[in-house]
Design a protein around this ligand. Structure first.
Ligand SMILES: C[S@@+](CC[C@H](N)C(=O)[O-])C[C@H]1O[C@@H](n2cnc3c(N)ncnc32)[C@H](O)[C@@H]1O
Length: 216
């Protein structure tokens, strides 16, 4: 299956009509590409979407699972209320310093806390009403993360999950899907059958499942 769900030309066209990345995000995008797998980073279009969602929701508290180099954290922090805070978790400390330096360049040091450790261990220690959660860590644990964060999200809050189309592999017969695609498909089924949320599977980039909590 293709790695991008829309053609490169359409992606470029869309980028040219989208507000350009800030200098900090463009620099972070470039420096991530030279050293790491840049496909892991949200990038221009998805970053702009996360930023737009954050401005629309105006969250007081945001939780992100999967910091990587900090690109999506910087985007998601843009719409925080005055005094609001974003908590972001990553199991690896290899990129903590790099993310912190770009978060500082974006003027967001006091608005973002980086936690190092397994998301499943850290989520239970965070006692905040998260208006917006972004799940973008290890693909096999999305359903667990959804269950762990659900009670921390007030009614009206959002749980957004990345890579839910997994390069389009989710539509293949089960026996042809890899492990991650199967987990993503299971996650999509879980959300679609949960009466406590309304959901939208948005085929942007690698697929975003946006769930809005409508009851406890
Ligand atoms: C796709 S990257 C995140 C990209 C980032 N959200 C962005 O858009 O710029 C996934 C990250 O999840 C982290 N990760 C993997 N397993 C994890 C776990 N069990 N708990 C927390 N983070 C984990 C990886 O170290 C990696 O940095």
């Amino acid at each position: 299956m293709a790695h991008t769900l829309v053609s490169e030309e359409i992606e470029k066209y869309s980028e040219s009509f989208t507000t350009p990345e800030t200098d900090v995000l463009a620099a972070l995008n470039r420096s991530t590409s030279t050293r790491h797998d840049a496909r892991m980073l949200s990038g221009h279009i998805q970053g702009a979407l996360l930023q737009m969602l954050s401005h629309m929701i105006k969250p007081k508290y945001v939780l992100e699972l999967g910091t990587f180099t900090g690109y999506s954290a910087i985007c998601l922090a843009q719409g925080l209320q005055q005094g609001g805070h974003l908590h972001t978790i990553d199991v690896s400390n290899e990129l903590t310093g790099m993310a912190a330096s770009y978060i500082a360049d974006a003027g967001l040091t006091s608005a973002i806390t980086q936690h190092i450790g397994k998301a499943a261990d850290i989520i239970p220690t965070l006692d905040y009403p998260f208006n917006l959660v972004f799940i973008d860590a290890d693909k096999g644990n999305y359903s667990l993360y959804y269950d762990l964060v659900f009670e921390k999200v007030p009614v009206g809050g959002y749980i957004v999950a990345d890579n839910v189309l997994f390069h389009g592999e989710v539509i293949l017969p089960t026996e042809e899907q890899g492990k991650a695609a199967r987990s993503m498909h299971a996650y999509n089924q879980k959300i679609a059958t949960d009466p406590r949320v309304e959901q939208l599977l948005l085929p942007v980039r690698d697929g975003l499942m946006i769930a809005r909590k409508v009851s406890n």
